[in-house]
Design a protein around this ligand. Sequence first.
Ligand SMILES: Cc1cc2nc3c(=O)[nH]c(=O)nc-3n(C[C@H](O)[C@H](O)[C@H](O)COP(=O)(O)OP(=O)(O)OC[C@H]3O[C@@H](n4cnc5c(N)ncnc54)[C@H](O)[C@@H]3O)c2cc1C
Length: 437
Amino acid sequence: MTSTLPPVPQSLAGRIVVPDDARYERVRHCYVHRGSPAAVLLPETARETAEALRYARALGSVVSVRSGGHGISGRSTNDGGVVVDVSRLDGIRVLDRARRRIRIGAGARWGQVAQALEPHGLAIGSGDTGDVGVGGLVTAGGIGWFARLHGMTVDHVTAVELVLADGKSVRADAEREPDLLWAVRGAGGNFGVVTAVELEAYETGDVVFADLVFDARDAAALIEEWGAVLDAAPRELTSFLTFMPAGPGRPCLAHVAAVYAGEHSAAERVLAPLLRVGPPLRQRAVLAPYSGLVPVSGAPHHGQQQLGATRSGLLDHLTADAARAVAAALESGQVLMEQFRSVGGAVNDLDPAATAYAHRTQNFSLLSATVPELEQALDAHWARLAPHLNGMYLSFDTRRTPDVLCEAFPEPTLTRLRELKDRYDPENVFDRNFPLR
Ligand SMILES: Cc1cc2nc3c(=O)[nH]c(=O)nc-3n(C[C@H](O)[C@H](O)[C@H](O)COP(=O)(O)OP(=O)(O)OC[C@H]3O[C@@H](n4cnc5c(N)ncnc54)[C@H](O)[C@@H]3O)c2cc1C
């Protein structure tokens, strides 16, 4: 494939990758989707990002924004359009150790952030995967290993720098553009290209990481029991529960991963109830630095994630009825992964109006996934679960329909976001990931 694009401005020379470039194969796809963009722009500074956006807009083509390429919606690539990829803006700095203020380029990976903060005794939770990019997660939420103790990643963002649709670079913080800061903390993908964020990190030493596998033939009982353990647990405990359906020669398996970030001497007592959620097949607990839980592989993307259809829901508690509905989906063999994450705790300390991520009463997040060919069956199972859900986390869902937006941004959040969208992106340049309009 050769390129017929107009030349980029001199300042972006060497920063554009087109299909006949040897580098193209490494940058065309993201983790979930394969793509064939007409060009991928790789700016190295905020100014170059603004130029890249102007160039992309002048072409009149679709513009995708990419940081780490791990978006589950797979919309950080496209076919025939332009990708503005900020992965080279990956600096990480401690600005003020005493106040725990840090600054991160949107292109850094969260595993790199963990590694860079560790020598300072600091951390910022993100999620369970070190390869996830800063830009995509910090503009949506961030449910990580410290969720119950310290809240969502967005809760710690104090300032963002971004390039708006008109190419202007702005800084949004509590004094300047506070509305924009509010919007970016949950719906950032609709407002501009974030180039850097400032956050208030927290003090962290080694944490206890438990890794447990259970026979999940009775998945419903296991879900209910795990939920009850988390409801009663101190905030220092955050846990994720993942089910893989039965396969040839083995039953359905449940994987419980948990981080206890409190006094080490109390770890055994706090973790013990987790051992009783089902028949254990394997158990292991280690004391580890946080960075050890989120390693970075840096592997190139080639659309390798097969489970390309996902649904997200939040739940207040894991009731028997909700647990049975999830178990039935697993037993059908049509839903190939069910993954719960505990939220609650510090996540719910914030007022729902404090950030565009407004879900501050729920205690669990659920992600159900399958292959695209089974998406209809997934929807049928999801409809049965719907009465038990209370909102959703946009980053875990591949749908784009208006009803999904209403669940992601309950009123009055959605109305406020739409007003700000009119102010900051009236031409709807950033509509790829989820359409606020
Ligand atoms: C294996 C895996 C595990 C995950 N685990 C967790 C988890 O534990 N907790 C959790 O909360 N999430 C988790 N996620 C979801 C993840 O947080 C989101 O998919 C996130 O958007 C990925 O960020 P990224 O920069 O890598 O993605 P990208 O694909 O680069 O971007 C995704 C979208 O974010 C927007 N975006 C990206 N960069 C910018 C930017 N600089 N400025 C403005 N908008 C931008 C764009 O709309 C883009 O389409 C996981 C995802 C994967 C694939």
